[in-house]
Design a protein around this ligand. Sequence first.
Ligand code: GTP
Ligand code: MG
Length: 138
Amino acid sequence: IERTLSIIKPDATKRNLTGKINAKFEEAGLRVIAQKRIKLSPEQAGKFYEVHKARPFYGELVEFMASEPVVVQVLEGESAITRNRDVMGATNPADAAPGTIRKEFALSVGENSVHGSDAPETAAQEIAFFFSGLELVG
Ligand code: GTP
Ligand code: MG
């Protein structure tokens, strides 16, 4: 059993899609074991996406992630990291497979509705960024 960090991004919270996106996770065999709705400061968003600091879209990404509340959550399940990435779909919704969250809900490569950790090390780091051990009940 594995855990991954998921974020329902501002474009999706703004359009009231939290429940529809969570239904996708649950249908894919992922369990939402922790969840909270928060508004990131630009500083927090910048720190979370620090790995992308050198990318041309970094400023835009940080501004977007701090623009509206997000829902941060921990998903648990068998191969949760890859399973979540599969249900999210490709970064650019134009390339995302039918049935994926980004295909159905994302607006653009930037406003793409969800974030998911990409490896066990980043999942552990990202979960610890938002949640304390006491908040995680498997
Ligand atoms: P995350 O789960 O959010 O990390 O998405 P990802 O792993 O599919 O993509 P990646 O880590 O490469 O990029 C992180 C995020 O930066 C993406 O989800 C997008 O929101 C944003 N992003 C990536 N490429 C572009 C781009 O070309 N333009 C803009 N505006 N944003 C981008
Ligand atoms: Mg990524």
